[in-house]
Design a protein around this ligand. Sequence first.
Ligand SMILES: [Zn+2]
Length: 113
Amino acid sequence: MAFVCPACQEARVEYLGGTDDAKSRLRCSWCEHEWTHGGEQPAPKSGVLTYEQAKASFAGASSVSPQAAARVDRLKAMFLTDHPRPDPKQRRTGTAISSSSAQRAYRQRRRVT
Ligand SMILES: [Zn+2]
């Protein structure tokens, strides 16, 4: 098992000896930080969430502050005032910039440099 110094993350760790409660005294030979290792260790998390935990971890409307939600509502109303109907060109291509105008912009940029 490779040890890493908790202070500086260096892997240059010296074993200084055992303690009475079966722990190991370790010292970093880089920064000289000393610590004990062993004894009771917290159980590692499994890393697998239950369905309920995963569902609760998703962001939802309740995770947005009331101020931010009010701003989103204002901006959405402004956008829908300016764009009452979807742009048929954007629906067809699926992008805001058509490929021919992107190619034209690329050619212009190459000419400058
Ligand atoms: Zn260290």
